[in-house]
Write a protein that binds this ligand. Structure first.
Ligand SMILES: NC(=O)c1ccc[n+]([C@@H]2O[C@H](COP(=O)([O-])OP(=O)(O)OC[C@H]3O[C@@H](n4cnc5c(N)ncnc54)[C@H](O)[C@@H]3O)[C@@H](O)[C@H]2O)c1
Length: 256
């Protein structure tokens, strides 16, 4: 009998770990005994969030890293290896919502901004993570895609394209590294109550909120705990035969 193992003593690198889903995953990893490396943009929440993670007696460090910047990502991963010795689990989670508009009205800047973070950012991370994990012959990568990595959504062409791209990168990397002890999977959350939805004006507008909640058969948004539990499963040996999947955690959104 094989039981689900935990992250005790593992080094877990999380981009966008200061807020929302990434922060909750960082707290779950810390509770599970992991060392946690939060790679994010600086934010006023930094000190309080890092203190919250350390409350679980975890070794935790913050590294300033804009995932859209190839060199900053390379340095962040090198620093992780320098400080902790190995690179066991990576959650490529940093993301932005972007300005809403139909494709014909979308500015080039709106397109480039979202692609830079949500797609190029995941490539930048995977490139450097896989280089390191390949040397170790071990590792787990989890990419944060979305239900919008599997279907379209009006007025979010940039976001939808980036999240579809993340699944393509996940599947391809899984094939390339399957024999090197490295597993790569994606998570596709439905709408989850986080600051991302607030910045997109969704949480505050009761009419829009209800309309989007009703797109999920469960008629509610997800909770970040419900995503963090799946992260933990994919990060540990309980999911040892899973690679190249894009797991839907969406209250039934994609079942329709
Ligand atoms: N909230 C949802 O409904 C939802 C649904 C599906 C997928 N997702 C995805 O989950 C991930 C996390 O989203 P969230 O809702 O927790 O958002 P959030 O806004 O709460 O957190 C995003 C984090 O990413 C960081 N970040 C943004 N740009 C960055 C950059 N260039 N470099 C490094 N860090 C950067 C932010 O500082 C923040 O800490 C995103 O990839 C998002 O697309 C969210």
């Amino acid at each position: 009998m094989k039981s689900i193992s935990n992250l005790n003593g593992k080094n877990v690198f999380i981009t966008g770990g200061l807020s929302g889903i990434g922060k909750k995953c960082a707290l779950y990893a810390a509770r599970d005994g992991a060392n946690v490396i939060v790679a994010d943009l600086d934010s006023p929440a930094k000190d309080a969030t890092m203190a919250e993670i350390k409350k679980w007696n975890a070794k935790a460090i913050f590294i300033h890293c804009d995932v859209s910047n190839f060199n900053e990502v390379e340095s962040a991963i090198a620093e992780t290896v320098n400080v902790f010795g190995s690179f066991d689990v990576a959650l490529n989670n940093a993301g932005i919502g972007g300005e809403s508009s139909r494709i014909g009205d979308m500015t080039e800047k709106a397109w480039q901004d979202v692609i830079a973070v949500n797609l190029n950012g995941v490539f930048n991370c995977m490139k450097h993570e896989l280089y390191q994990m390949s040397k170790q012959k071990s590792g787990v990568i989890i990419n944060m895609s979305s239900i919008l990595g599997k279907v379209g959504f009006a007025n979010a062409g940039h976001y939808v394209a980036a999240k579809h791209g993340v699944i393509g990168l996940t599947q391809t990397a899984a094939m390339e590294y399957a024999l090197e002890g490295i597993r790569i999977n994606a998570i596709c959350p439905g709408f989850v109550s986080t600051p991302l939805l607030e910045s997109g004006g969704i949480s505050q507008n009761a009419e829009v909120k209800t309309m989007i909640e009703n797109l999920h058969p469960m008629k509610r948004f997800g909770d970040d705990d419900e995503i963090a539990n799946v992260f933990l499963f994919l990060a540990t040996e309980g999911s040892s035969f899973m690679t190249g999947t894009a797991v839907e955690v969406d209250g039934g959104y994609l079942a329709q």
